[in-house]
Design a protein around this ligand. Sequence first.
Ligand SMILES: [Zn+2]
Length: 213
Amino acid sequence: MIKIKLFVVNPIHTNCWVLIDEESKDAIIIDLGGEYKKISEYIAEQNANLKFVLCTHGHFDHILGIFEMQIANPEIPVYLNKKDENIALNINSVMEQLGIRGIDKQDKKIKITDFIDENTNNLYIGKNKIQIIETPGHTQGGVCFKINNYLFSGDSLFCREIGRCDLPGSNYEMLIQSLKNKISILPEGTIVYPGHGPSTTIKEENLYNMYLQ
Ligand SMILES: [Zn+2]
């Protein structure tokens, strides 16, 4: 059994997902957008061990907590698609481009330790395989993570919505194709945990999300 806990972090209200495999006590974090101290305390309370951090994409609001983590625990691997490395390493200019206020500029860069794509075949939490599905469109390097019947969809798919495509590097047509070709076809019972807002299922999105019609 995998226990899933949500932390809503930073002024953009990003969903940061903490997964703990109850058997092995492996913990992973998907989209560490802030609050590393609080999250690491939670993981310790659960007697679990943080194995690595996965990033659905390189936008600042999904990675801000990595700064704090890499001071406290620089040994923890951080996984991101190579195509988003540039935006992840230049968050000050991305925040400036997007007119974001209320988040401090960072005087350091985070370190991406490993790159992932659809061919990455060796990521597990306990015995549960982590499948990487590339869904470019919101960003060039955006991915979803599928673990058992859970899908962590980042900013590619939301409940009844899709990610913004008016940002530098985003592409609406590409996102629609990604979602129609790779996400809509997943088993209907798949539970979707997005990067912002409430969770949903593939069945409901196929029925009610206007972008998937
Ligand atoms: Zn984003």
